[in-house]
Design a protein around this ligand. Structure first.
Ligand SMILES: [Zn+2]
Length: 129
């Protein structure tokens, strides 16, 4: 009985993983073409960090896409593996910058609201005391 439920649980985990992979594989080409939004990019990068089969998929697609582009532009000496690495790094950098800007924006907002409240409070003191 215990063993059965273990098998069942494992089966569910595998199923969940397959679902994630299917979603991820659909994002490979849009990712390479820069068509994913920031949230999708984050999900995608997180998945390929832990999933070798999807990472391989990305390698293959990227190589093909870069190869075709190379043929179009007639440039020979192009480091495809290195450029994918750089492309992924740039995505991480972009996501980090967006997070930083968001944090700055919210802290600035909080600061402005807080100072408005303080100014209002001081103004009230001048009016009523
Ligand atoms: Zn996967």
């Amino acid at each position: 009985m215990e063993f059965c439920s273990y098998i069942y649980k494992k089966d569910k985990e595998t199923h969940k993983k397959e679902e994630d992979c299917n979603k991820c594989i659909k994002m490979v080409l849009p990712y390479i073409r820069g068509e994913l939004d920031n949230d999708q990019t984050e999900v995608f990068l997180e998945h390929i960090k832990n999933c070798t089969s999807c990472r391989e998929e990305l390698d293959i697609y990227y190589t093909v896409e870069a190869g075709i582009k190379q043929l179009d532009e007639k440039k020979g000496d192009f480091n495809i593996a290195g450029s994918l690495h750089e492309y992924i790094n740039r995505s991480y950098y972009k996501l980090r910058m967006i997070k930083l800007v968001k944090i700055l924006y919210y802290s600035l907002n909080t600061l402005v609201v807080t100072s408005l409240i303080i100014m209002l409070f001081l103004q009230f003191r001048i009016w009523f005391y």
